[in-house]
Design a protein around this ligand. Structure first.
Ligand SMILES: Nc1ncnc2c1ncn2[C@@H]1O[C@H](COP(=O)(O)OP(=O)(O)OP(=O)(O)O)[C@@H](O)[C@H]1O
Ligand SMILES: [Mg+2]
Length: 633
């Protein structure tokens, strides 16, 4: 078996930057030739002044003009070629990194928590690509050839050289001061902009709640204060840019005229010919052009640089790929968690710790426990979406990290609590947007989830678009399509987080049938549940409380052992983590499922747990809560 490591995003970024080197060297060589050709104009002018005007020779003028035209044409060709090459460099850089950064974008909230959503690596990549395709880098590539012009000025007259060098230095200092002053404002402008965008996107996502509770005005005020800040930052930046632009333009003009005056002085003193004076003035203009352009494109250069720094820092913080083994056999035997602790991304403390269990092919594990006890957190680690802070999750005997993402995609089906459908058709969602899937595979998964008839009832059947997040479907329909997606491809492990929270009895029946079929086919199913009917088909139970495994074992034994504690009348505060007295939790449901609510089954007694008990559970639990409340008051 071969060991392999997928190239990390950090390595890919480094490689992409390295591959820029060769084309940039080529383009730099073109810049060099172009800059030499730029001397055509001053040389032509000097020769016309000094040779043609004094000799009055028309053939010389014609020959010089012809030569100059040829050189200009060549220069034009090179400029065009350089622009085209830079555009291709930008696009190639983007192509190389876009898929990696798309993947990094998906991983951001999983590694750095919800706040990481403010960072958009693909936007940073677009900023770098646009910069590479624009005039900014060309100006930078012209910069190294500036000494050619200064060397010529030196040979024409050292005093002119000193004046020109002083002027260039002044412009450079000005741009450095500008960068220093703007840096803070630019940084806080981009932070405020990102925060404002988050508020806007959040409000848009929750527009129904906002409309139903007339939250529009308050949300607008919340967004508005950030927006005003964004505008004031934009104003500061624009003010600053215009002041700086005006200063550098004025300095540039003063410098040009001062050089001409100095040249005239040197001509009067007999140290230079008038032709050389005009030519040196042109050469100075040419020498200062790259500085001018670099200053002109400074904002985009600095934005691209900051974008690159952000990408570097992000990719260096993303966890490196673990040592994956190629050709690992598909897991078909067991799933185990050993002393697992999980810290949610972006959080500081573990919300699940010390959880251990092992289940085998043919098992269905029900994970139960009150709200917020860590059930979803645990299953996120079981499917590899969240990393474990301690302990390990193993399929068969291999660590989950040893399987390649493709192998895991084949082995795992997951229905998250929030369902999370994607904009596309029902068939695409069931097929997980995988290319090359057949309709037979989609229908097989749909049939197994018991949704085939439901899908066919839509006018467009499997081609029905579900809308962004599945919004054109009802909650129950979304959940059932999510179940079919989890079952697609016949995975070895199917993890269902609250799979029946939106289901009617027919949906629950289909769910239980699917779990039975999975078990019979020698697969493993993990079901997180509040409602007893969801764990009807489970044969093992893991009870979680406050992030810790409270009990694990065969369903009947665990339920019987749990029963005495919660079977007694209790105050709501005696149910840690439960939010309201009338929310049925599995444990209370089980208690009621026995014939007499105050009569606890003894260990070993079979506890009835079926769909018919669910309705009773709800009402009796509510009655019990009322009693408890009355007791409290
Ligand atoms: N991204 C996160 N960052 C910080 N804390 C989190 C995050 N996600 C969950 N938690 C915390 O972890 C704890 C467990 O949450 P989890 O969603 O696993 O509970 P649960 O048992 O699935 O609850 P429910 O039955 O209501 O779905 C909660 O206290 C929650 O606040
Ligand atoms: Mg949950």
């Amino acid at each position: 078996m071969k060991n392999g490591m997928r190239n990390s995003a950090e390595t890919q970024l480094r490689t992409a930057l390295r591959t820029l080197k060769k084309p940039l060297i080529g383009i730099s060589a073109i810049s060099c030739i172009g800059n030499v050709l730029m001397l055509t104009s001053p040389m032509f002018m000097m020769l016309v002044y000094n040779k043609v005007l004094s000799s009055k020779s028309l053939p010389t003028l014609a020959a010089l003009t012809f030569l100059a035209l040829l050189l200009y044409a060549f220069y034009g060709l090179l400029e065009g070629l350089r622009g085209k090459l830079m555009a291709r460099v930008g696009i190639t850089f983007d192509h190389r990194l876009a898929p990696t950064l798309f993947e990094a974008t998906l991983k951001l909230p999983l590694h750095f928590g919800p706040h990481a959503r403010n960072h958009d690596p693909l936007q940073d990549l677009a900023a770098i690509r646009n910069y590479l395709m624009g005039p900014g880098p060309v100006a930078l590539l012209d910069l190294p050839w500036m000494p050619i012009y200064f060397a010529i000025l030196f040979f024409v007259n050292p005093i002119l050289f000193l004046a020109a060098a002083g002027g260039a230095l002044l412009l450079v200092i000005l741009s450095l001061v500008n960068e220093f002053v703007m840096k803070g404002t630019m940084k806080s402008a981009s932070q405020v902009h990102a925060a404002t965008m988050t508020i806007l996107m959040d409000a848009r996502r929750n527009s129904e709640a906002a409309a139903a509770m007339s939250m529009g005005d308050d949300l607008c005020k919340r967004w508005g204060s950030g927006y005003v800040n964004t505008i004031s930052h934009a104003r500061d930046l624009a003010d600053h840019a215009s002041v700086f632009g005006a200063i550098s333009k004025t300095v540039r003009q003063v410098l040009q005229s001062a050089m001409l005056a100095l040249g005239a002085f040197l001509v009067i003193e007999g140290q230079m010919s008038p032709g050389a004076m005009i030519a040196s003035s042109l050469i100075l203009a040419r020498a200062l052009t790259p500085i001018d352009q670099v200053i002109g494109h400074w904002r985009s250069t600095s934005a691209a640089w900051h974008a690159l720094s952000r990408l570097r820092s992000l990719t260096s913080k993303l966890p490196k790929a673990t040592q994956q083994q190629h050709g690992m056999p598909r897991p078909n035997h067991s799933l185990s968690a050993r002393d697992v602790a999980i810290v949610p991304p972006g959080a500081a403390v573990a919300t699940v710790s010390g959880v251990s269990f092992e289940i085998e092919a043919g098992d269905a594990l029900g994970i139960i426990g009150p709200s917020g006890c860590g059930k979803s957190t645990l299953v996120r680690a079981l499917v590899g979406a969240w990393p474990t802070a301690r302990g390990e999750v193993r399929f068969d005997n291999a660590l989950i990290g040893q399987y390649s993402p493709d192998a895991l995609a084949d082995a795992i089906g997951h229905l998250p609590q929030s369902i999370e459908l994607f904009d596309g058709t029902i068939a695409e969602n069931i097929a997980r947007f995988r290319k090359g899937t057949t309709s037979e595979q989609v229908i097989e998964a749909a049939k197994m989830a018991g949704v085939h008839d439901m899908v066919l009832a839509f006018p467009l059947g499997y081609d029905t678009p579900v809308g962004e997040g599945g919004t054109t479907l009802s909650g129950g329909q979304r959940q059932r399509i999510g179940l079919a997606r989890a079952l697609f491809g016949n995975p070895f492990l199917v993890v269902l987080d609250e799979p029946n929270s939106n289901l009617d009895p027919l949906g629950e029946q289909s769910l239980n049938d699917a779990i039975h079929q999975m078990r019979q086919a020698g697969k493993i199913v993990v079901i997180v549940a509040h409602r007893p009917s969801a764990i009807f088909a489970a044969n093992k139970i893991l009870s979680v409380r406050s992030g810790r495994a409270e009990m694990f074992g065969p369903k009947e034994q665990v339920l019987a052992a749990l029963f005495p504690r919660i079977g007694q009348p209790h105050k709501p505060s005696q149910m840690p983590g439960q939010q309201s007295g009338n929310t049925p939790v599995v444990q209370s449901g089980l208690a009621v499922a026995s014939s007499n609510e105050s009569e606890a089954p003894v260990a070993g007694q079979t506890v009835r747990l079926d769909n018919s008990a669910t309705a009773t559970v709800t009402s009796l639990d509510a009655t019990r809560a009322q009693r408890a409340n009355a007791h409290v008051s």
